[in-house]
Design a protein around this ligand. Structure first.
Ligand SMILES: [Zn+2]
Ligand SMILES: [Zn+2]
Length: 545
């Protein structure tokens, strides 16, 4: 039994794990890489995924960073089944179509640019047509049922509480007379979120893939976060301003709608227009309404009482571009919710262009902002950002509200892990930025004494079974190390590393420069010592290089 880590390792996007047992190959997740040119280049070549020789894809949930490359694999010859829950299937239909549309639009835009500069044209990763061809391969399975995939391979989907239909995937695989259980946490939700249920517990497992998006952070409580949002909206109303919320079309939009609806119903905020300016979010909200059997008890109870938490009179859905543009002419205070959640594409960019430079506007981030995205640059304090070829000043109030996150924080991840009662479990920490995954991995090692590994992109490992045995009889060779030696770092790894080095160096330099006058003024001997140490370390490093 072998594994190759094809994505979602040392980064949050592109989730994909290739599993191989003899000639049988399958994937868990098949996500798109997002967040910068170099990372996105990985979406171009899907050869390592073996699309033609792949028997099935098990899909944890509909987010594009988990499902976005499926149409590309179908285009390159995949003919197996894609197994997921019914809500994931429904959401994938609209999300993948939207993704195909984005691919087409962006290629068109890029090609116009290329033509003007005399460069060659590019082809889209996939088109809406490719998406249509891929949808018949999807097949839904229910939560909690054990499904046999082939001889000696069984699977079960359990609720991960992250977005509607999201799943933890449990796999039982037999090889060489042994059966082992593999568990993929998928993206794990936080407990107590509206609409979705809390994540299911898993007690047994031999090998675990654990997400680590917020592996080094703690969220504020939901109540505190709602209070914070309430204050922001009140302030905006007082100043006749707008609150702009970039939100992932699926789950974050519905979650924030649920919350704002409650605040309006309770009279905590006045009745202001709430624009949902994302055709995808509109379709997703419809799917939510159709799949109410996936809701948690609280939301079901509201529905039974005749209240639809996703519907209130203040909501204005804007489908067309004209309707979207008209929002800017509405001078009343209000709330604009738009996608994409990380601001790299979609209508949110128009709203940011309209509001980032206005000191009275509020921009509220409620979801994860990956490295390299426009959203990340704004929350990291950029003075300007480039939108539609124009530098836009960031003068608006920028807020980050972690308590609305669809991901468990460090405490939530550790709590979820504490149910596992196999001291021999091997844990691959994935779906997190490198630093964060390493930190969580260390914490798990200290707290539970489990074996943890933060894999590299394209790293291959033998998990168990026949190959493990044949390699173990070779004297002096440790199987995992042998696998490791086969991997030489790619050009991409180098360039990503150099880019980070460059950024860190610039940041340090800026900080030191900024602090120079202040340091001389306060004359703190500890700071002097610290600076001396930095100098020494840099000199030592230079001589070593
Ligand atoms: Zn997700
Ligand atoms: Zn994810």
């Amino acid at each position: 039994m072998r594994v190759e880590f094809l994505g979602g390792v040392r980064t949050v996007t592109g989730s994909a794990t290739l599993l191989e047992r003899n000639s049988l190959r399958w994937l868990v997740d098949c996500g798109m890489f997002q967040g910068g040119k170099e990372l996105e280049e990985r979406n171009r070549s899907v050869e390592p995924y073996h699309p033609r020789n792949l028997s099935f894809i098990l899909l944890t949930h509909a987010h594009i960073d988990h499902s976005g490359l499926i149409p590309k694999l179908v285009k390159e010859g995949f003919q197996g089944k894609v197994l997921c829950t019914k809500a994931t299937l429904d959401l994938c239909e609209v999300m993948l179509r939207d993704s195909g549309h984005i691919q087409e639009m962006e290629t068109e835009w890029q090609n116009r640019k290329n033509k003007r500069s005399g460069r060659d044209g590019v082809t889209p990763l996939y088109t809406i047509k490719d998406v249509e061809k891929s949808l018949p391969y999807f097949q839904s399975v229910g939560y909690d049922e054990i499904v046999s995939l082939t001889d000696g391979v069984k699977v079960r989907f359990q609720d991960a509480g992250h977005i509607l239909g999201s799943a933890i995937i449990e796999l039982w695989v037999e090889e060489g007379g042994k059966e082992k259980k593999l568990v993929f946490s998928g993206d794990l939700g936080s407990s107590g979120q509206p609409i979705v249920r809390d994540p299911s517990c898993v007690k047994e497992g031999d090998v675990l893939w654990l997400e680590s998006t917020y592996g080094n952070r703690l969220h504020k409580s939901r109540e505190e976060t709602v209070q914070e949002l309430l204050r922001i909206i009140q302030k905006a109303v007082e100043h006749q301003a707008k609150v702009v919320i970039p939100a992932f079309a699926v789950e974050r939009t519905q979650d924030i709608l649920y919350t704002i609806g409650q605040l309006i119903r309770k009279g905590s905020i006045p009745s202001v227009p709430v624009y949902i300016d994302s055709p995808l979010a509109i379709s997703a909200t419809e799917i939510f309404k159709r799949n109410s059997d996936y809701f948690d008890q609280e939301t079901k109870a509201l529905l039974m009482g005749g209240e639809n938490p996703l519907d209130f009179p203040e909501i204005i859905y804007t489908q067309t571009t004209e309707e979207s543009k008209a929002i800017n002419e509405d001078m009343r205070p209000g709330i604009i919710i738009s996608a994409s959640g990380m601001c790299d594409t979609g209508r949110i960019q128009h709203h940011l262009k309209h509001h980032l430079w206005r000191a009275e506007s509020h921009i509220v981030f409620i979801g994860y902002q990956a490295e390299g995205t426009i959203g990340r640059r704004i929350i990291d304090g950029a003075k300007t950002v480039r939108l539609f070829g124009e530098e836009i000043a960031v003068k608006a109030h920028v807020h980050t509200l972690g308590g609305f996150s669809a991901h468990a924080d460090q405490k939530g991840l550790i709590e979820w892990l504490s149910h596992l009662d196999n001291p021999e479990v091997e844990i691959f920490v994935n779906h997190g930025e490198e630093k964060v995954s390493l930190e969580l991995s260390e914490l798990i090692r200290q707290q539970f004494h489990f074996k943890t590994i933060v894999p590299q992109w394209r790293e291959k490992r033998v998990l168990f079974g026949a190959e493990e045995v044949s390699q173990m009889v070779m004297p002096g060779i440790e199987p995992v190390e042998k696998e490791r030696k086969e991997i030489s770092p790619s050009m991409e790894t180098w360039s990503v590393l150099f880019r980070r080095l460059d950024r860190n160096y610039k940041r340090l330099h800026r900080k030191l420069k900024k602090g120079r006058a202040r340091e001389m003024e306060i004359q703190d001997p500890r700071r002097l010592k610290q600076l001396e140490e930095i100098n020494e370390r840099l000199e030592k490093l230079e001589s070593e290089l």
